[in-house]
Design a binder for this molecule. Structure first.
Ligand code: ATP
Length: 240
């Protein structure tokens, strides 16, 4: 059984100076679990991920990773502790090649032969990246770029991978490929995954559970299949 990657989020309240954006949010992730974080634009998904990574301070509440209160860890120490955030938008460096971008992710984690092994492992999982290793970041398609962002996060061997809308702007077929790769990578590494998505169907297709945020509060926390089948909930919060 997996022992690392357990997350507890308790009574989390976060704001940007005005009224809170997250109001007493609480849920947990078991080691190896994939949890879809769902909710409309502005529900607070990005804020939750940024708080987890230590980029936004919590007003109150606790975040616990494998028994450690994350309040005691700065952003870079949370990364060392095994938390990787794949932010939305353009985190790939356009001027660097695919290979260089990947190595950036491994820089502080692996050296020498271990780094070469880590890079090779990523190319094994993300075959399209292997074919593009000498291409510059700005030459990649949207799907390749997102794959590179995920690969760069994985190369540091995280125990918890948090992703902010990786499907944004991608064609449906590309989204399906990315989700499949994510599921396989998570399963083979025993990763815990928190997947913030507006693409509800795709996220639930690989998730064990879904947590729905509505205006900064948890509106539902249920097995993925139950969420997908709950018509009332789907209409109210998930838009399908
Ligand atoms: P999206 O899908 O658009 O990213 P989201 O569910 O991730 O939505 P957040 O981005 O967390 O939601 O935003 C939640 C609320 O916090 C919104 O009302 C937003 O306007 C507000 N907000 C986000 N970032 C800031 C900021 N830096 N300063 C002030 N308010 C912010």
């Amino acid at each position: 059984t997996r022992t690392r990657g357990a997350v507890e989020i308790q009574s989390l309240t976060v704001g940007y100076g005005g009224a809170p954006v997250l109001h007493g949010v609480g849920f947990a992730l078991a080691p190896g679990e994939i949890v879809a974080l769902l909710g409309a634009n502005g529900a607070g998904k990005t804020t939750l991920l940024r708080t987890l990574a230590g980029l936004v301070p919590a007003a109150s509440g606790t975040l616990v990773l494998d028994g450690d209160d994350l309040a005691n860890f700065r952003t870079e120490d949370r990364a060392r502790r095994g938390l990787a955030l794949v932010p939305d938008g353009q985190s790939v460096v356009g001027e660097l090649t695919v290979d260089e971008n990947l190595r950036l992710g491994a820089l502080w984690r692996h050296r020498g032969a271990a780094r070469e092994r880590a890079v090779a492992e990523i190319y094994d999982v993300f075959e399209p990246l292997a074919r593009r290793r000498t291409s510059a970041g700005h030459q990649l398609s949207g799907g390749e770029r997102q794959m590179l962002a995920v690969g760069r996060a994985l190369i540091a061997d995280p125990v918890l991978l948090a992703l902010d809308e990786p499907s944004l702007g991608l064609a449906p077929l590309v989204v399906a490929q990315l989700m499949g790769t994510l599921r396989d990578a998570a399963a083979s590494r025993g990763l815990t995954v928190l997947l913030a998505e507006q693409n509800v169907t795709s996220a639930l297709s690989i998730a064990d559970r879904g947590v729905v945020l509505d205006l900064g509060r948890v509106a539902a926390d249920a097995p993925a299949a139950a969420l997908a089948a709950d018509e009332t909930l789907r209409h109210a919060y998930l838009g399908f």
